[in-house]
Design a protein around this ligand. Structure first.
Ligand SMILES: [Zn+2]
Length: 88
């Protein structure tokens, strides 16, 4: 059994989906992880206990307020990283 932060999955998933909404910036692995780190620092973690990697509680636990918070945090993170990618 191990602890797993569902928010990580959710944030990565939403960043992927933002590629279409905010297209003109870099979404390489490095930038995506930077965005995820900034967003996750601004969000409450959502821990679940998993057994051999299987996540019991799936993302449908997320309510609308959650999704709004995630979108706000990620939009902000994309703005920060998009303006200042940590690579050439
Ligand atoms: Zn990049």
């Amino acid at each position: 059994m191990e602890l797993y932060n569902l928010m990580e999955d959710e944030v990565i998933k939403v960043i992927e989906s933002m590629k279409n909404d905010i297209p003109d910036i870099c979404y390489c692995d490095k930038c995506k992880l930077d965005m995820a780190a900034i967003a996750l620092n601004n969000l409450s973690p959502k821990y679940v206990v998993t057994d051999t990697g299987y996540v019991y509680a799936k993302a449908n636990n997320f309510n609308t307020q959650f999704n709004t918070d995630i979108l706000t945090a990620i939009t902000k993170a994309i703005g920060i990283v998009g303006k200042n990618p940590r690579h050439k």
